[in-house]
Design a binder for this molecule. Structure first.
Ligand code: DGL
Length: 290
């Protein structure tokens, strides 16, 4: 079992940012990465649909003999973790939301935490709940920032357009109009801007520079990839599951075009993938009964 791979699942190539962090944190482990590129984006779909897709993906990965599953997609983590845990009975299943919330609560001094994510993640309230469970006094301002997904996929993560979009989503959170601050002051309410920003979507770390340019130097940015990798290592280290000594290796699976997965995924992974490295699989066919 020690030598079995860790399954990593995302709606597409965004989760490669999490895979990269996992491989850095646990060199020597083997991974099977599944990107459900045929059905991306998950972020604009209903929670029911996302949960159905995520269960199919989790079952497919279980068929590869994995010892643990990392749900690298924020939207799928928000919509389906309890259902996946039930289905994979006993296997460690780790999502990205709890580790991100944990890190945000740790670094925020003021207790005002901003979260940007997909529509689905924000609507479900998973980050808001996870933060407030740990820190009941926290104030959470969550905003969907769907265009960031498209920008990252297009490779337009820097420059004037990316920065313009970052201002569009973030100015109202981090630079409230002076009149609003004055009103809040007059009523005694706090108009303190958030001191921490959670990147609650796999694609957003690609846009860190543009986001940083919009929010200024003092806000702490929490990227859940690194914190998730740490929590996976802790989780496996606590049991009999860690300690693989073999060469670190990744098997890539996608539900659509290996060519696009390799081209766009190379940017997310930070290393060149070739279409020949990516196996095409059909989740509906292999799991027709779902
Ligand atoms: N992987 C998704 C997430 O982290 C972003 C892309 C999508 O909408 O499918 O929420």
């Amino acid at each position: 079992l020690n030598d079995a791979p860790i399954g990593v699942f995302d709606s597409g190539v965004g989760g490669l940012t999490v895979l990269k962090a996992l491989a850095a944190e646990m060199p020597g482990e083997k991974f099977v990465y599944l990107g459900d590129t045929a059905r991306l984006p998950y972020g604009t779909k209903s929670a029911e649909t996302v949960a159905r897709y995520a269960l199919q993906a989790a079952e497919a990965l279980a068929g590869y003999g994995i010892k643990a599953l990392v749900v690298a997609c924020n939207t799928a983590s928000a919509a389906s973790l309890p259902a996946i845990r039930e289905r994979l009975d006993g296997m460690p299943v780790i999502g990205v939301i709890e580790p991100g919330a944990e890190a945000a609560c740790r670094v925020s001094k003021s207790g005002h935490i901003a979260v940007i994510a997909t529509e689905g993640t924000v609507r479900g309230g998973a980050y808001q709940d996870a933060i407030q469970r740990r820190r009941p006094d926290a104030r959470v301002s969550a905003r969907p920032a769907q265009l960031f997904v498209a920008l990252a996929e297009e490779g337009m993560h820097e420059g004037a357009i990316a920065e313009g979009v970052a201002h569009h989503y973030l100015d109202s959170l981090f630079r409230p109009p002076a009149s609003a601050a004055t009103r809040a002051g007059a009523t005694g309410a706090t108009a303190v801007a958030p001191d921490t920003l959670v990147l609650g979507c796999t694609h957003f770390p690609m846009l860190t520079n543009a986001i940083r340019a919009a929010i200024g130097p003092s806000v702490r940015i929490v990227d859940s990839a690194a914190t998730t990798a740490k929590s996976v290592r802790e989780r496996l280290g606590a049991g009999e599951l860690s300690g693989a000594t073999g060469r670190s290796a990744v098997r890539f699976l996608a539900t659509d075009s290996p060519e696009r997965f390799a081209r766009v995924g190379s940017r997310f992974l930070g290393q060149t993938l070739s279409p020949a490295d990516v196996e095409l699989i059909d989740l509906q066919e292999s799991r027709g009964r779902l």
